[in-house]
Design a protein around this ligand. Sequence first.
Ligand SMILES: CC(C)(COP(=O)([O-])OP(=O)([O-])OC[C@H]1O[C@@H](n2cnc3c(N)ncnc32)[C@H](O)[C@@H]1OP(=O)([O-])[O-])[C@@H](O)C(=O)NCCC(=O)NCCSC(=O)C[C@@](C)(O)CC(=O)[O-]
Length: 442
Amino acid sequence: MSFGIEAASYYVPSLYLEIKDLAEERGIEPAKLEKGLGLHKMGLPDVHEDAATFAAEALLRLIQDYTINPKEISRIYLGTESALDAAKPTASYAMQMVEKVLEESLGERVFRNCDVVDMTFACVGGVDALHNALDFVRVNPDKKAVVVASDYAKYELASSGEYTQGGGAVALLISAKPDLLEIENNWGVATESVFDFFKPRRQYNKEDLNGAPEMYPDKIEVFTDEPVFDGQYSNQCYQDRIREAYQHYKEITGKEKPYKDWKYLVFHLPYAFHGKRVFTEIYSLENGISYQTPNEQKAVAKSENYMQLINSAIEKTQRASSEIGNMYTASIFMALLSGLQTSFNENEDLSGKEIGFFGYGSGSKSKVFAGKISPNWKTVVEKWNLFKNLNNRRAVDFETYEKLHKKRLSQSVNPDYKGFGLVSIETKNPVLIGARYYHRQN
Ligand SMILES: CC(C)(COP(=O)([O-])OP(=O)([O-])OC[C@H]1O[C@@H](n2cnc3c(N)ncnc32)[C@H](O)[C@@H]1OP(=O)([O-])[O-])[C@@H](O)C(=O)NCCC(=O)NCCSC(=O)C[C@@](C)(O)CC(=O)[O-]
């Protein structure tokens, strides 16, 4: 029996900022961001959007595009590091929004008996959700589970993370009928507790907080959506963890150079070119290439053989990331969608081809695993129109971007938006303070 991804959907917010506009305002050479890191556009949530609306959009599309009976979904595991509450899972908000839409046709509370939970380990939380969902269907082959990865990657203005911002969600149906990708049960894992990127509770004066200061006492301890991070150290941790997880994968599978069998190498992409920049280490180890300095490592990236590997196995998986930016937990899945959509558009036959995955989450953990493309993969991909949809978004100017970032806008940039949106956050009723209310605009 085989297990894996039966169907997949995504949601990307409809606003974006051109990276060259950001570069100009911040005094950064655009070529560094475009040619050095592979960034072109940065996806941005509108005023009414957050990780819960992203997740709800992706979940609803999954159900509608593939005519799934929601009552057959036994579990919804949501990977996120943009949780809206420290107790009530973001998955419960997303589930409720979708239930409301389905109410008319299917009756109240279609997810009444569904087991819904969030999973958090920075960017690898979505892969953890996938891993657990697969374990669940392997034990219960007649059941289905949904994985949603949803995040808003936000950094402090003018920080080195600012140009990598992005957001959105990917939803996957996991079952014993893997029409898209069959996933094997071998998981290379590497974990080390480090402080490369994290979101601690921090104390603020209420006037320094974004949003609605009237909601808060004078001093408040909150989790903010902007991380504490050390960019170059986080790159090093990412490189170390994927090397260790890949080594572990080799040990448990007995495969000698597994990457050579993989049609696509799908990485967690904090920015488009990250995978190809860090994989030089594993590539060198596998091919007996030694280097002493960072510059010598960079030279490996320019070698003819490595360039060939990038062109055939990595470049197509980067394309969506260049248009969106970091999606944290959803980035690795969007990289998969990007590669498959490109192959679909180019009429390639991927049936039976193997794909290798390199997940990473700061703090830190990596998971390396692999899957095989199913003969039916095109029937899943034909619903996506990924690049067409990315071309239909609305550009905002730099001033609007900064206002959105500082939460200084009270009206949506796109007042005619269609879809899920936050309507209000309770500020008065003491037993409901902070409760979030959503609706769907048709
Ligand atoms: C990612 C960094 C560190 C990048 O940091 P940086 O300082 O912006 O860039 P850099 O110096 O590392 O690289 C710039 C590249 O542009 C090139 N360049 C320079 N100028 C030009 C030019 N004119 N024309 C063409 N190319 C140019 C330059 O040569 C170099 O390319 P290379 O040669 O090394 O391949 C920064 O953006 C950052 O701090 N980001 C936030 C943290 C982050 O994304 N870390 C990534 C690893 S950790 C991770 O992935 C987890 C995460 C972040 O997603 C969170 C989670 O798990 O939840």
